[in-house]
Design a protein around this ligand. Sequence first.
Ligand SMILES: [Zn+2]
Ligand SMILES: [Zn+2]
Length: 113
Amino acid sequence: MDIKNGIVAIEDTPESWRKFADYLSGKPKLPSAVWKKVWKLYMDSKTWEAKANRVKERDNFQCQGCGTISVQLNAHHETYVRRFCEKLEDLLTLCDDCHRGTHKDGLIYIKLT
Ligand SMILES: [Zn+2]
Ligand SMILES: [Zn+2]
């Protein structure tokens, strides 16, 4: 990870994203438009894709809400305490329906323990 003229350059590797998380943790909150962009970049990254695939593999490509297989599956964040450097235990495989269910009231649930 590199910072020049206020621009952060992140290599798409787990290590580089972890450094970015460390960097953010000492900073005031990013403006929400910037934050949205950052989150989308992460969600589109190879690092996230590889992690999400490992979570689905761990869960045998089965929704952990309803047990369905062979549908569109999502790696859902059970906790955001390790954003950008999640451990597999922070994530859960959910189908679209179950995933929407967890977010349907518009709130993001954060497990504090
Ligand atoms: Zn489901
Ligand atoms: Zn989710």
